[in-house]
Design a protein around this ligand. Sequence first.
Ligand SMILES: Cc1cc2nc3c(=O)[nH]c(=O)nc-3n(C[C@H](O)[C@H](O)[C@H](O)COP(=O)(O)O)c2cc1C
Length: 171
Amino acid sequence: MKTLVLVFHPHVEDSHVNRKLMDVAEKVDGVTVVDEYAAYPDFKIDVEREHALLQEHDRIVLQFPFYWYSAPALLKQWEDDVLNIGWAYGDYALEGKEIMVAVSTGAPAECYTHDGSQARTMEELLSPYEAMSRYVHASYREPFLVHGAATSTEEQLDEIIARYPTFLTGR
Ligand SMILES: Cc1cc2nc3c(=O)[nH]c(=O)nc-3n(C[C@H](O)[C@H](O)[C@H](O)COP(=O)(O)O)c2cc1C
């Protein structure tokens, strides 16, 4: 099992949670971590390089901080450029692979309920990734969520982050 973690954080140098997730992931055997904003600061994505990376791995993890109920802009650009016709669909190069998202949120988990302050669940808000995975014939796995970046203690965050290696490589 080879896992590719594509990190989409526009200010990874100021990141707390995603930086820690990257540090943890980089130490796991069989896991490749790529800082996509560092690779493409000008948003000019090398589509062939991304295709090659995706083809070399079995499980693809899209890791990002939740920004306005969505992802930082480079992930959208990445989808638009990389998941192209004749490769991702039409030819289905990702068929049989697994796609997962790993997302940090500022708000705590209880806000992401129908009765909570965000009034939507993470499952609902992340559903475009599930739909995208289905469209490209990949299987969509349960997301890894680190909630409450703004409110949790360091110990609480570390406890969740410690589960990341199992999420990356486990069945
Ligand atoms: C532009 C922007 C938009 C954000 N939107 C949300 C949001 O919609 N929901 C939320 O829970 N947190 C939101 N946040 C908080 C981030 O998700 C949070 O700071 C981040 O996940 C923490 O991870 P990091 O330490 O790696 O930056 C937003 C932060 C920024 C800068």
